[in-house]
Design a protein around this ligand. Sequence first.
Ligand code: PLP
Length: 400
Amino acid sequence: MPEPIMNDARTIYMDHAATTPVSPRVAEAMQPYFAERFGNASSMYRLAQDARAAIDDARERCARVLGARGSEIVFTSGGTESDNAALLGVALARRSDGNHIVTTQIEHHAVLHAAELLEELGFDVTYVAPDRDGIVAPEAVAEALRPETTLVSVMLANNEIGTIQPVAEIARRVRAHAAEGGRTVAIHTDAVQGPGALEIDVDVLGVDLLSLSAHKFNGPKGVGLLYIRRGTPFRPTQVGGAQERDRRAGTENTPGIVGMSVALEAAEAARPEAAAACAAMRDRLIAGITERVDGTRLNGDARRRLPNNVNVSFPGVEAEALLMGLDLAGIAASSGSACTAASLEPSHVLLAIGASESMARSSLRLSVSAGNTEEEVGYVIDTVAELVPKIRSMAGARRS
Ligand SMILES: Cc1ncc(COP(=O)(O)O)c(C=O)c1O
């Protein structure tokens, strides 16, 4: 085995699509809001008003990065809640206008399972297929529209194969189509994998709703936001107090919200250099692994993909065995999404782009950050190149 190179956590971390560490700057900004300025932002006294002011400030900062108004930002507990709220909130609010929504086969389960819940409630859902490169064609979305469609949800970038969807073009087509029929269709995008990699401007994208999750961009876990364009019909699904202008009940997570705003600004400021650094490592990983391992197949479009995403399949290799081998070598990586990694289900995304069940079970996702090094990249390539033939020969020996 190649000599391992370890960081302080004794891990070479290449799973940034699953989660990222909280940056020191973010942790420092959050610190005062745990024990010192701990007030409930809904209370009247000064201690509480400190928390209120911090939340208001964070709201404006997040809005600025997204090209939105502060009043259009709803803080949530993360990407899952934002996606659930977007789908259920709009579909239920517009139920009298129609019972059809459109999404894609490659969405995160936070969208897919919300869509299935809507089906149970009597809605019709069309799941548009991507092409074999993992891209959803705007025409395919436009073709799925019906007079009773009220919502379209298409992710900005896929969390497994990194493919970037033409959301702005999809939004343009959907709006044109709806306008012809004298209707409106709300457009949601799950942009959870976007910050630090892609521009996320709600007007450039042309969306009415957009989901983010702080822990994907060096913010804390358990906090996110849902952008809701002014005037978009929305029925709250988390009900109770009047927080977030009656759109999401519950005492606000002040440290989390403050941390997310600092992290989002930092991710946006660092984006050009970080994206270039990641893309160079991504391309070296893809080229190195493809060259050294027979039969490597790249999943997802080679160019229209996140700068930090590598997703490859190795015929004859069970992903679990490879991930265990990598872990022993000190490398944290994943197969498909973290959520499916614990189950034996093949990735729904890989199946949707035409992979066989066995290819879908043999995938490795490496997602880098600008904090990874060229030395780490070399070590990962060497380790994968050593492990894959070993696993193949062990599997061959078991069969014979
Ligand atoms: C594309 C996408 N959407 C939604 C989520 C869910 O976000 P959270 O972990 O904040 O609930 C994730 C996280 O894995 C994701 O990658």
